[in-house]
Ligand binder design. Structure first.
Ligand code: NAD
Length: 274
């Protein structure tokens, strides 16, 4: 953990999520971890929900040892019972749930004509079933609390745009926008908001794994993948950072009214402009 985050958590620096219970899936790594640290810095009680329970525990320990509130929860977002039980456990411990960040995700790249069906199903299960199951498990608690809630889906520029080799990812990330808009409409009367964050490329383990894979599939060097594929359309050739994405998550999580719902915001150094 960065010193400034540790100090901020220790001093209770932020208050934008004071006492809000936040479940973040895929929070053991990358973007989800950064969101969890940011929410803890702002006074949230954070459930680090991840398939990788050891890594989730170490993120929760980092936050707790800095004086914040966090627990690790083993969750496979594709498993209906596991999601339901994990959410129930968080609610039993912390007394409710105010913010859900459906962030867990993976990437598998192949051309469409040779995309293995099992990989296609795995991609849709993690990205779409995961978003649906976690939403369904959290909604009833948000509905009865009288406090409303915020549901945030981790989309991608690929919620708006396509790239070669990414049929399943692009399909799933577009699908999240449909789910978000429906949840926003159904949630309005309870003060439950739903929004999508659409990041450009962020250097996390998910992207680091793709660079050599894409170089192989496209027959180009790894530097060319970064320069001519990943960052080609940005305004400045820069990667988006996990901290950039976490700031937008904080905006959605802490926003006080239904004025900001059913939206998808692109954070990508101008790669995609709407
Ligand atoms: P990451 O690989 O660093 O982290 C993903 C986390 O999800 C890991 O901790 C992993 O254990 C967890 N996970 C995987 N399958 C799971 C499952 N079935 N149940 C629960 N947890 C599971 O990846 P990241 O780059 O931080 O990506 C996070 C999200 O951001 C993903 O949805 C990804 O599609 C999206 N995204 C990433 C980028 C990027 O450039 N890194 C860009 C746009 C969108």
């Amino acid at each position: 953990m960065r010193f400034e985050d540790k100090a901020a958590i220790a001093m209770g620096a932020g208050v934008r999520l004071k006492e809000k219970v936040c479940i973040v899936t895929g929070a053991a790594s990358g973007i989800g971890k950064e969101i969890a640290l940011t929410f803890a810095r702002e006074g949230g009680k954070v459930a680090i929900a991840d398939l990788n329970s050891d890594a989730a525990q170490s993120v929760a320990d980092e936050i707790s040892s800095a004086g914040g509130a966090a627990i690790a929860v083993r969750m496979d977002v594709t498993d209906e019972d596991n999601v339901q039980n994990a959410v129930n456990n968080v609610v039993a411990l912390y007394g409710g749930v105010d913010v859900l960040v459906s962030n867990a995700g993976i990437q598998i790249v192949h051309p469409v004509e040779s995309y293995p069906f099992r990989d296609w199903k795995k991609m849709l299960a993690i990205h779409l079933d995961g978003a649906f199951l976690t939403t369904r498990a959290c909604l009833p608690h948000m509905q009865v609390s009288g406090r409303g809630g915020s549901i945030i889906y981790m989309g991608s520029v690929h919620s708006k745009e396509a790239s070669v080799l990414k049929a399943a990812y692009v399909t799933a990330k577009h699908g999240l926008i449909g789910l978000c808009k429906t949840v926003a409409k159904e949630g309005g009367k309870y003060g439950i908001r739903a929004n999508v964050i659409c990041p450009g490329f962020v250097r996390t383990p998910l992207v680091d794994k793709q660079i050599p894979e894409q170089a192989r599939e496209l027959g180009i060097s790894e530097q060319e993948v970064v320069r001519n594929v990943m960052l080609k359309e940005t305004v400045d050739g820069e990667f988006t950072t996990a901290a950039d994405v976490a700031e937008v998550a904080l905006l959605f999580a802490g926003f006080a009214s239904n004025a900001l719902t059913g939206q998808s915001i692109v954070v990508s150094h101008g790669w995609f402009m709407q």
